[in-house]
Write a protein that binds this ligand. Structure first.
Ligand SMILES: Nc1ncnc2c1ncn2[C@@H]1O[C@H](COP(=O)(O)OP(=O)(O)OP(=O)(O)O)[C@@H](O)[C@H]1O
Length: 243
């Protein structure tokens, strides 16, 4: 399933001078960032530096935000989350957020609110993740961590996302499973045209998927550039990634 074409030159996501805080606690200050269609960008940084806050700011899920956030060419700052989703951004949240007492198929059906010809359907998701098809009648509570992660990704696809935002998808997964899901499965979606923003603690894994990385330091972007440049920068790795 390929992504729809975009107007030339328009980033899928752009942040201009975005600051985010929780009451008196300032987390992000004056962040600017542009993500082009079909880019895969990793967001890295130490624990507590504000990676999830950045994601939550994009989706208007909690922090107070100033500055401008544009999605698919439209300014969305302050929009309710469901309107942001309808523009084509989907969040695979930390912890996956699937409903344990619903089956795999039911979890997916809840998300498939805009099926049209040429868009993601339940059967497309099952074709893409055959392991999920085999478990379609199982309760989500009985799935492995990897299956639950694929279900969360499948649910995001069914919202007809063109920008997929994943918050720490490797958390709680065995290394081989994390590799399979993030590098292989999300990598396949990226090759087919999905724009990906990947928040990760696992630096090597994130850099295998994403050619570009953004490193958050205290409040600000400490680095934004080719992933290969991070591995060649021991001071950056030590200071901001604890590697
Ligand atoms: N709802 C909230 N209210 C107040 N402070 C918060 C809230 N959520 C997060 N914070 C604070 O904001 C800062 C950034 O947290 P955030 O979860 O964005 O970091 P993170 O980089 O995603 O961390 P991790 O890698 O551990 O998930 C932390 O100091 C955290 O305590």
């Amino acid at each position: 399933m390929s992504a729809a074409p975009d107007p030339a030159g328009e980033p899928h996501l752009s942040l201009s001078g975005v600051s985010a805080h929780y009451g008196a606690v300032e987390v992000l200050r004056d962040i600017s960032l542009r993500i082009a269609p079909r880019e895969a960008v990793a967001v890295l940084g130490r624990n507590g530096v504000g990676k999830t806050t950045l994601v939550n700011a994009l989706f208007n899920l909690g922090p107070q935000v100033s500055g401008a956030i544009r999605l698919m060419g439209q300014e969305v700052t302050g929009w309710p989350t469901h309107r942001i989703a309808r523009l084509g951004a989907a969040l695979v949240p930390q912890g996956r957020g699937v409903f344990p007492n619903l089956t795999v198929a039911e979890n997916l059906q809840l998300a498939s609110f805009r099926n049209r010809p040429g868009t993601w359907t339940l059967e497309c998701v099952f074709d893409t993740f055959p392991g999920l098809a085999e478990r379609r009648a199982s309760f989500s509570s009985s799935l492995s961590g990897g299956e639950r992660q694929l279900l969360a990704i499948g649910r995001a696809l069914l919202t007809q996302a063109r920008l997929l935002v994943l918050d720490e998808p490797s958390e709680g997964l065995a290394p081989l499973m994390a590799e399979e899901i993030i590098v292989e499965q999300v990598g396949r979606l990226a090759k087919e045209g999905m724009t990906v923003l990947l928040v990760e603690q696992n630096v090597p894994l994130a850099l295998r998927l994403c050619p570009r990385a953004v490193v958050l330091g205290a409040h600000e972007i400490a680095f934004d550039g080719p992933s290969g440049d991070i591995l060649a920068n021991p001071a950056l790795l030590r200071r901001h990634l604890g590697v």
